[in-house]
Design a protein around this ligand. Structure first.
Ligand code: MG
Length: 248
């Protein structure tokens, strides 16, 4: 079911979104060689609490942490652990928060220290795909066109566009209808309407698009072990165009 939000609803989602933005920026600054993923997750927990929010990832279907922290060939849903980051890693931070019952959700991928130029390109191109997705988040745009536009960004690089995990509607639930695919058929799919809120989250692999889940039941890795990147924002569809609710 598609839910339509009022301006007041968006304001609450924006409050949650500001807290999520603060988590992403703070963890990016704090992450470095020798820092453990658990340390980063504890910082996120504190920001959520201080920001008059509650966690949405914690205990979601039993997920044991406040953030998903995914390193290198881990794509999404990595569980924060005692693992220390190392120079040359890439880290995806996916974070969320709830304010007065309204959710926000965003993710960013960045380098720990020095990474090869081709990996930097992977991160830049995936982030660009998110920007393209946001630009297409206008009233009347079909989801098939939005997804197609995202996949076109990956195509010239030969990246695998992940199909098993997608963006989603968001509001009083973290995951609502519709599914927001990172690929699509032009002219197909439902039209975006004023008052909708969606999470757009391109996930590109340097190798094949296939993924698998580790034995922990959560961590999604690329099937071929290639590196991957993931970016996400929560976007409000308004008459005046897309409004990103998870920007500082
Ligand atoms: Mg999401």
């Amino acid at each position: 079911m598609i839910t339509i939000k009022t301006e007041d609803d968006f304001a609450k989602m924006r409050h949650a979104g500001q807290v999520v933005a603060r988590i992403l920026a703070t963890l990016r600054a704090a992450a470095g060689p020798g820092v453990t993923l658990l340390e980063l997750d504890r910082i996120a927990a504190q920001i959520i609490q201080e920001g008059d929010c509650t966690p949405n990832f914690l205990n979601y279907r039993g997920f044991p942490a406040n953030t998903c922290l995914s390193v290198n060939q881990e794509l999404v849903h990595g569980i924060p652990s005692k693992r220390s980051l190392q120079d040359g890693d890439i880290l995806s931070v996916d974070a969320g928060a709830i304010h007065q019952g309204w959710h926000a959700d965003a993710a960013v991928t960045f380098a720990i220290g020095d990474i090869p130029p081709e990996v930097r390109t992977l991160i830049e191109v995936t982030e660009r795909a998110l920007v393209v997705g946001i630009e297409h988040s206008t009233v009347g745009t079909r989801l098939g066109d939005l997804g197609h536009a995202i996949s076109l960004v990956a195509e010239p690089q030969g990246y695998g566009v992940v199909r098993e995990y997608t963006g989603h509607g968001i509001g009083r639930q973290m995951h609502e209808d519709p599914q927001v695919l990172n690929y699509g058929r032009p002219g197909k799919g439902m039209k975006l309407r004023e008052g909708m809120a969606i999470c757009i989250e391109p996930m590109f692999n340097m190798g094949s698009p296939e993924t698998r889940v580790l034995d922990d039941g959560w961590t999604v890795v690329t099937a071929d072990g290639s590196l991957c990147a993931h970016f996400e924002h929560t976007v409000a569809i308004t008459a005046d165009g897309p409004t990103v609710l998870t920007l500082p």
